[in-house]
Write a protein of this length. Structure first.
Length: 391
């Protein structure tokens, strides 16, 4: 996301990008292939003694806090040297982790940020102990973040706060944001939209649904499997459920499929490169995305670009991206209700291939209109222009 925002903004403006040193190699490789004269890269990382404890995702938020503090001093020095006109905090995209850039005496844009989304409490009963602890500590971190003076300052000083979802918009407004706009972080390059749009309908004899993502409790794949089992009871045709991804929930989900008697129809394909994921997506009829709190939902837009209807919960980013004309949004009231409604949506689309085709056609158009990086960069340029004019 950060890369595409930088490229898009540089279509219209001269941009200085402060990023981590570990991004230098891929950036320099791309710079060698194409000229990017409007982008100036500044690589910064904390010294080794200040980041020895960070391993992968572990410790990322503490590390990020310190990194943001260092990035502020770099930005301040840069502003004194060349006179920046605007600061834009793009990533990390959680509203409750502070940025120090609002301390600079120039207009500040925040986002797109998320993090205001939560799994509805009736669904906690389906979580393992690990899942419950994750949600508890996440809620605690967000509560402490809301009390952080720099988080409040970021919300109040942002001339525009871009929010991935309505949930995050409400959180930022409660912190004092004066102009919070809901705007999805998700975008696809034009060549990828064209590639996905050219994919033909699934020619396989079976009705095939797919879920894609890390196998975590918050992704709600348990409800997808239970709904698929219920759908199969009332379905007369052949059907398959592909699950692409890996994670700590895999063993439990495989055991659930065996318990429900659908292990032969539910295929766990594991983690794979993104190109292969998209190939598998194009071999399926429908995407099932039962995520309980997802501010992005990139796979929903990828499926829509491929002309595949999406069945999702009416929550977070997916609930904003998917419309009644491009898929089925299921209210998240209780686990039994969600399972019934997901199964009913699968049955509806399995029995009516022409409906699948109609939804997919509209979905392709929606992606081209709202989710191409070219359109998104033109949109943010208008926001920059408004800020420059003082609204």
């Amino acid at each position: 996301m950060g890369w595409n925002w930088a490229l898009g903004i540089a279509r219209f403006h001269e941009v200085w990008v402060i990023t981590r040193t570990n991004n230098r190699e891929p950036i320099e490789r791309l710079r060698a292939k194409e000229s990017l004269p409007s982008i100036h890269w500044i690589y910064f990382d904390l010294p080794g003694w200040a980041r020895f404890w960070k391993r992968g995702r572990r410790g990322i938020r503490s590390y990020y806090f310190l990194w943001q503090l260092g990035a502020y001093f770099i930005a301040r020095k840069l502003h004194r040297q060349i006179g920046l006109e605007l600061m834009h905090h793009v990533t990390l995209g959680m509203y409750w982790i502070p940025s120090f850039l609002p301390l600079l005496p120039i207009p500040f844009i925040l986002g797109p940020v998320g993090g205001g989304e939560s799994a509805p409490y009736p669904f906690w009963c389906a979580f393992t102990l690990r899942g419950k602890l994750y949600e508890i500590f996440r809620d605690l971190g967000r509560t402490l973040g809301n009390l952080n003076p720099m988080v409040r300052l970021s919300a109040r000083r942002a001339v525009v706060a871009l929010c991935k979802t309505e949930d995050t918009k409400r959180k930022l407004e409660a912190l004092g944001s004066q102009r919070a706009l809901v705007y999805s972080e998700v975008g696809l390059p034009a060549h990828e939209i064209h590639q996905l749009a050219s994919s033909p309908p699934n020619q396989h004899h079976a009705f095939r649904v797919v879920s894609i993502g890390n196998l975590l409790h918050l992704k709600g794949f348990e409800f997808g499997i239970r709904a698929f089992a219920l759908f199969q009871i009332h379905s007369s045709g052949t059907s398959e459920y592909w699950i692409i991804g890996d994670g700590p929930e895999r063993e439990r989900l495989e055991r659930l499929a065996r318990t429900l008697g659908v292990a032969e129809s539910v295929h766990f394909l594991g983690r794979m490169p993104r190109a292969r994921v998209l190939e598998h997506l194009m071999e399926c009829d429908v995407l099932i995305h039962p995520s309980l709190h997802d501010s992005g939902g990139w796979v929903c837009v990828e499926a829509m670009a491929a002309g595949r209807p999406v069945i999702c919960l009416d929550l977070g980013g997916p609930g904003m991206q998917v419309t009644e004309e491009t898929g089925v949004k299921v209210p998240a009231v209780s686990p039994p209700q969600v399972i019934r409604d997901l199964a009913a949506a699968m049955n509806q689309l399995a029995q009516d291939p022409s409906r699948c085709e109609e939804l997919g056609k509209i979905a392709r158009g929606l992606v081209q209109q709202y989710y191409s990086w070219d359109r998104k960069s033109a949109w943010i340029n208008r926001i920059y222009y408004e800020i420059h004019r003082g609204f």
